[in-house]
Design a protein around this ligand. Structure first.
Ligand code: HEC
Length: 156
């Protein structure tokens, strides 16, 4: 005679006491398989993440993120160099960053980080415009930093 479990435990399935240890062994192994699968997926994910961020060792991207922020901080825009480089921009964005034509945006006093990010977006074709994309295509990171610093410094 099987031991009668309280009704809320056996969920309608009759559990025979003789097979109960086997059932638990089975459940334990299923649980172990899930844990192993989870660990495998997590390590795959971490490897993929570190690979995508271009570092050689897994979790190396943690240190790399620091190096990246140091690297971009080193690229300081030079306002005077930006003024020289802005000659080709003036035709559309105006000599003082104030555009004469309503379809061309003013740049004077715009946020420096926004200007740099926008120019990089045009350069990588992430943002596209028939007039702006060719202008940004030839800019180096230093050009972009200088131009952003220059237009930020102008009075809006
Ligand atoms: C032929 C005209 C033209 C020239 C030259 C030009 N631009 Fe532009 N620029 C535009 C137009 C038009 C837009 C708006 C395009 C759009 O809607 O994406 C724009 C947009 C921008 C924006 C984004 C503004 C915003 O608010 O999102 C930046 C930054 C910019 N230009 C910087 C420059 C710089 C720096 C140069 C010189 C290297 C330059 N432009 C030269 C026409 C020009």
């Amino acid at each position: 005679m099987a031991t009668a479990l309280p009704k809320k435990w056996n969920l309608g399935r009759p559990v025979q006491s003789s097979s109960a240890p086997l059932v638990w062994l089975y459940r334990l192994s299923v649980l172990l398989v899930w844990i192993l699968l989870f660990a495998l997926l997590m390590s795959l994910f971490l490897y993929a993440l570190s690979w995508a961020l271009g570092s050689k060792s897994p979790l190396g991207f943690l240190g790399q993120a620091q190096a990246m922020s140091v690297g971009s901080a080193a690229l300081v825009g030079d306002v005077q160099a930006g003024e020289r480089k802005s000659v080709s921009c003036q035709a559309c964005h105006g000599p003082q960053g104030i555009s004469a034509n309503p379809i061309w945006p003013n740049l004077a006093g715009q946020q420096e980080v926004y200007l740099a990010n926008t120019l990089k977006a045009y350069r990588s074709s992430q943002r596209q415009d028939p007039l702006m994309s060719p202008m940004a295509a030839a800019l180096t990171d230093q050009d972009i930093a200088d131009l952003a610093a220059y237009y930020t410094s102008l009075k809006p």
